[in-house]
Ligand binder design. Structure first.
Ligand SMILES: *[C@@H]1O[C@H](CO)[C@@H](O)[C@H](O)[C@H]1NC(C)=O
Ligand SMILES: *[C@@H]1O[C@H](CO)[C@@H](O)[C@H](O)[C@H]1NC(C)=O
Length: 462
């Protein structure tokens, strides 16, 4: 009896893991996925049976990518969307229907300035709700990729990538005055000419082929690239293909701000922990909570429908004031602290608000000055309660709490050409604020109300 049940358990396990392995690669549309979770496939094999068995014959393509180290968090989120939209499309194409996107960990980004906390190789699950993202397309965090790799190749084996492509702009993007989609091999510069680079900062990656390419075009051009370099199956069919694209920021959007963009964007929800930290802060310091603010979200983004004008937001204004390197590179559009304060003051008076929440990379001194210019108002910013909380959240998490608080404000005003500001616009579009309470930009001077503003990219739904 005991033996039998042990065998049953064992068989169950083997069956289970085989199924999970096979099926996790196959469930390829969010539609099917919504009906069948992985566990359902095991428990309800009939309801969740595979529709298209010949997909099984196709190799699994693991698409890994990385971004130039100097790019910040919020631009990287945009690069993700390009890749995710591409992979979702790719999974409709014969030969790639089991393609999966592997998310590059976050390591010591330029704006993460706390040097006393470890911020290397942070997983996406630290910041984002991966379950929500997987309702858009098949993405894996790096630890999940390692697990998948180990299951296939055994433990303690370094990851051998089949192909690595390092992208670079063409010298002359508009040859003969036109921009055409193309890529072209070139000889790798000596400094990069190595297969032993520590990809993502991990020592256990290596590559069979390393190709340097001039590249110009959208993510769809990657499809042609994958086809061009596909190697014929050797002997038994090749079941897995590992591809890494370096400098993926070179790859453009097919269409920025279209329906696909917004679907991928909406799937990028923050983790429950971060939302919770922001909610406590809003409640404690800003008398703001979702029900009265009319910012309640449905459990799943796939159920959300257009709701323009529905959101009200808390009784505070949020100002994103980008300082630091913007003072040098973008001094022509970045206001002084005093001018920012005057622009905030005018808006607070106009809207009858008494509180401003500030998201800023400013120094203590700059913040002190800002408060002095706004003496009759409450000026609030988010600071972790303790070292432990800072350690938990990391600089990236603190910035996200800022973004969540800003996305729930009655009125938002941001910095010209800042990706941090753009991500807040998007969050507020998803929540359904009226456009004029969201798409606002600081001017260099409070006297120049007609200065150039950020682009308005309103949300669109299927
Ligand atoms: C590669 O190294 C990382 C970090 O040391 C480790 O977590 C991971 O399991 C390793 N992966 C494989 C496939 O050996
Ligand atoms: C807090 O918000 C509630 C609901 O919006 C409102 O009724 C109440 O007056 C506010 N309290 C303060 C102190 O502003």
């Amino acid at each position: 009896m005991k033996l039998l049940s042990q065998r049953l358990i064992l068989m169950n396990r083997v069956f289970h893991s085989l199924l999970l392995l096979a099926i996790s690669q196959i469930v390829h549309t969010s539609h099917i996925r919504e009906i069948c979770e992985k566990r359902d496939i095991f428990f309800e094999p009939f309801r969740c049976q595979l529709r298209d068995p010949d997909v099984l014959d196709e190799p699994v393509t693991y698409l890994l990518y990385d971004v130039n180290p100097s790019e910040g968090f919020n631009l990287r989120r945009d690069v993700y969307i390009r890749m995710a939209v591409f992979v979702k499309y790719l999974r409709t194409q014969r030969g790639y229907r089991r393609a999966r996107l592997v998310l590059p960990p976050w390591s010591n980004l330029v704006h993460w300035r706390s040097s006393n906390i470890d911020q290397t190789q942070l997983l996406w699950s630290h910041f984002f709700d991966l379950r929500s993202m997987r309702l858009y397309t098949d993405v894996l965090d790096m630890d999940e990729f390692f697990n998948a790799y180990t299951r296939l190749h055994g433990s303690d084996v370094p990851v051998m990538l089949d192909e690595v492509y390092k992208l670079k702009h063409f010298e002359n993007m508009f040859e003969n005055g036109v921009f055409v989609d193309k890529f072209e091999e070139h000889v790798c510069p000596k400094s990069q000419d190595t297969l032993a680079v520590a990809f993502f900062g991990y020592a256990n990656f290596s590559a069979q082929d390393f190709t340097c390419l001039h590249f110009q075009g959208s993510a769809m051009l990657l499809h042609r690239l994958l086809d061009t370099y596909r190697r014929p199956a050797i002997g038994a069919a090749r079941h897995v293909r590992y591809v890494l694209v370096l400098n993926a920021e070179i790859v453009l959007h097919d269409l920025w701000g279209n329906v696909d963009y917004w679907a991928a964007r909406r799937s990028m929800r923050f983790t429950g922990e971060l939302v919770e930290v922001a909610a406590r802060f809003r409640s404690e310091f800003l008398n703001s909570s979702d029900r009265p603010d009319r910012t309640v979200r449905l459990a799943r983004w796939t159920d959300e429908r257009p709701q323009r004008g529905g959101a009200r937001g808390g009784d505070y204004l949020c100002a994103h004031i980008r300082r630091a390197d913007f003072l040098y590179g973008r001094d022509k559009t970045t206001p002084t602290v005093q001018s920012a304060a005057l622009q905030i003051r005018a808006k607070l008076l106009e809207l009858g608000l008494k509180t401003v929440f500030v998201a800023s990379d400013c120094t203590r001194m700059e913040f002190y000055n800002l408060k002095n210019y706004l003496k009759r108002f409450r000026v609030v910013r988010f600071v972790p309660e303790s070292y432990e909380q800072r350690y938990e959240l990391k600089d990236g998490g603190i910035a996200i709490v800022d973004q969540i608080v800003c996305s729930h404000a009655r009125y938002f005003i941001g910095t010209y050409e800042s990706t941090f500001t753009y991500r807040i616009y998007e969050e507020r579009e998803i929540l359904g604020f009226p456009k004029d309470l969201t798409f606002n930009t600081f001017c260099k001077s409070e006297k120049d109300a007609n200065c150039e503003k950020n682009t308005v990219w309103p949300i669109v739904y299927h």
